[in-house]
Write a protein of this length. Structure first.
Ligand code: AMP
Length: 129
């Protein structure tokens, strides 16, 4: 079971943003920006491009809804979408509020946000659906 499957199952806590039958969204615990969110399929597949066509298409539509809510909650120019997947072997899309290309740099030091700040950010995004 991947760490993301444990999050989806509620065995590991997360700052949940949204969920439907097939997908789950939660705040990245080491965020590049406030509102940095991960979208994952409930189906445990390692690599995003190995998802079947329908699941991948549906995941993008779910990510769109989540991204639109993040954009309403967090002042930014765009929501950047990134797929890396080198760390956790469970397909996921990063949604990151950005104002410049440099904001997508994963080498940047991650933000240190308190549990209270993370909860408030998640609550704010959830309120924008
Ligand atoms: P990557 O697989 O390279 O796309 O990176 C995995 C991402 O998952 C990283 O940005 C981590 O900060 C994030 N991550 C790992 N464990 C957790 C967790 N328990 N809760 C939230 N995000 C996590």
């Amino acid at each position: 079971m991947t760490i993301f499957s444990k999050i989806i199952a509620g065995e590991i806590p997360c700052y949940k943003i949204a969920e439907n039958e097939d997908f789950f969204a939660f705040l990245d615990i080491n965020p590049l920006a406030q509102g940095h969110t991960l979208v994952v399929p409930k189906m445990e597949v390692d690599y995003l491009l190995d998802l079947d066509d329908k699941t991948l298409a549906d995941m993008m539509l779910f990510a769109k809804k989540v991204g639109v809510a993040i954009k309403k909650a967090i002042p930014c120019k765009r929501i950047g979408l990134t797929v890396i997947g080198l760390e956790v072997p469970h397909a996921h899309i990063h949604l990151i509020p950005i104002n410049s290309e440099a904001d997508m740099n994963f080498h940047k030091p991650k933000l240190q946000l308190s549990a209270d700040e993370m909860s408030k950010i998640a609550e704010l995004i959830r309120s924008k659906f």
